[in-house]
Design a protein around this ligand. Structure first.
Ligand code: URA
Length: 239
């Protein structure tokens, strides 16, 4: 990793504000490999050096990965002139970090949204070629049948758009679990439309092998655990 200014490294780790960090450095509170840092513009490789503040070593995290339970009524976007976005729901410290939602859930869709600054992982997770399945629960306005599920399995055609074969499992008259590895615009709503149903409620429950944390209320979020950064790219199927 290229060397970076120590004040920038510490700010990126939410240690304190840039101003407070400058003061900490002035006071001699910051050390790198045991040696006191004298100036905020000294450069280090954060992945190699042992950086400590007031004697406490920091665990350097290159990227941020946030699991959000996206609420209804909020846009999956980084910013919007008029409407509230998922980034607006984050704390001021996190808002500064250039985070973006990895893929989109519609404004009226709820559930698991990954928010990160890791473009590579986002691409791996979203690319249909990688077969990372996303599990949704959908409530519709129609009593669903096995013949509808069979059509999902064959691969739905919607106008000019062809969707890859997908699993749909009816859980209750008009409610079903659906698993897809693509993320085309309004995909699940269109797939149900193609079998004569309108989606009334949609929630994403799982990405790869990571379930949405049931302790997160709509609008709440937490960082991914280490193992979840690996599990979120698994090709695990649930139905
Ligand atoms: N499919 C949809 O139609 N909407 C979503 O938000 C996600 C998948």
């Amino acid at each position: 990793m290229p060397k970076q200014r120590i004040d920038k490294i510490l700010a990126s780790q939410n240690i304190a504000s840039r101003g407070q960090i400058k003061n900490m450095i002035k006071r001699g509170a910051v050390t790198v490999d045991g040696i006191t840092v004298k100036r905020p513009d000294e450069k280090y490789d954060a992945e190699v050096s042992r950086i400590a503040v007031n004697g406490n070593e920091i665990t350097y995290k290159k990227n941020i990965y946030i699991m959000m339970n996206k609420p209804k009524g909020v846009l999956s976007a980084s910013n919007d002139k008029y409407e509230k976005t998922v980034i607006d729901l984050l704390s001021p410290e996190l808002k500064r970090k250039g985070l973006f939602p990895a893929g989109r859930l519609d404004k009226d869709t709820e559930g698991f949204l990954l928010i990160t600054d890791d473009g590579k992982l986002a691409h791996q997770m979203l690319s249909p070629k990688n077969h990372v399945y996303k599990l949704y629960i959908a409530e519709t306005d129609k009593i669903l049948t096995q013949s509808d599920a069979d059509k999902f399995k064959e691969g739905i055609k919607y106008g000019e758009t062809a969707f890859l074969p997908a699993e749909m499992k009816i859980t209750d008259k008009n409610t079903a679990l659906v698993e897809i590895c693509e993320g085309k615009f309004h995909q699940i709503k269109k797939m149900f439309n193609a079998v004569g149903a309108n989606v009334l409620y949609l929630k994403r429950l799982k990405i790869g092998n990571v379930f949405l944390d049931e302790n997160l209320k709509p609008g709440e979020y937490r960082e991914l655990f280490e193992h979840e950064k690996i599990d979120i790219l698994q090709r695990t199927k649930s139905i």
